[in-house]
Design a protein around this ligand. Sequence first.
Ligand SMILES: C[S@@+](CC[C@H](N)C(=O)[O-])C[C@H]1O[C@@H](n2cnc3c(N)ncnc32)[C@H](O)[C@@H]1O
Length: 295
Amino acid sequence: MRDGHASRTAEHNALFRALESDLPEARRLFTDPFARAFLTWPFSLAARLGGLPGVRRVVPRLIDHRWPGVRSSVVARTRLIDDVILSSLGEHTEQLVILGAGFDSRAYRMPRLRDITVFEVDHPATQAAKRRALMRVLSDLPPHVRFVALDFNHQTLDSVMPAAGYRGSARTFILWEGVTNYLTEAAVDTTLRWCARSAPGSLVLFTYVHRDVLTNPGAYVGTQRLFATLARAREALTFRIDPSELPAFLATRGLALHSDVGAAEYRERYFKDAARTMRGHEFYRVALASVRARS
Ligand SMILES: C[S@@+](CC[C@H](N)C(=O)[O-])C[C@H]1O[C@@H](n2cnc3c(N)ncnc32)[C@H](O)[C@@H]1O
């Protein structure tokens, strides 16, 4: 990330969510009424154009042309994660921890989350920008949300979560969306081990990139321009893993893998037939694991 600046990629995601929210209700996968509030120029302009009838279709098309697959992948995974979180709430989830929350607005837009404690953990620069934006749209920050500032590459969750009120004995849903690929392997390892110390049965949903995207980027559409954009944002891809190694990687850290789906598959789940023409970002994956009982 650029020193002292909020994450650029977090803003990209907020733009994609704002554009999706402007589609007619029958066509959109979700409504994120907060996404637009997080945008700065030029993303705020893009979102405003995307909201105008007549040019509404142009902005997403331009984005999809320049960075194939990224927008549709983020939109479909947003809906996928909403669905997984909602279905887990019936299973006595008491806390939601959002690691690298960025401009994730679930704590504010999903009414059922008001009944549990939500911890938003993020880099101090991104979190400060988010809090400023939220203060502009909400008169008060809601009491069920606790903000925890942390740099995964230099601090551990153990050192900050107890003081924020996190209870290690409570059934927890830990969401780590769009973050592991920007971290060191040591930070991913330490964080997953922290997740595995939460109450047995707790769920950990995280995203990661397929190892091949770094060893053989030419195999994926659009990586050249995407990598250049990420380099400018100082958010280049770092951590990656081969999906075939994920079950053992997680088991060593006390987690059991439940599902692991790539962008092509989760796009098809939500965009149906339209997904057939979507190309790019297939290396992006969403994994769901649970904390194993301790012997
Ligand atoms: C692509 S954004 C994802 C944001 C959000 N989870 C989403 O899916 O829209 C990456 C997030 O990781 C956070 N991040 C990146 N490196 C970090 C670090 N070393 N420590 C803490 N957070 C970090 C950024 O602040 C940003 O919020």
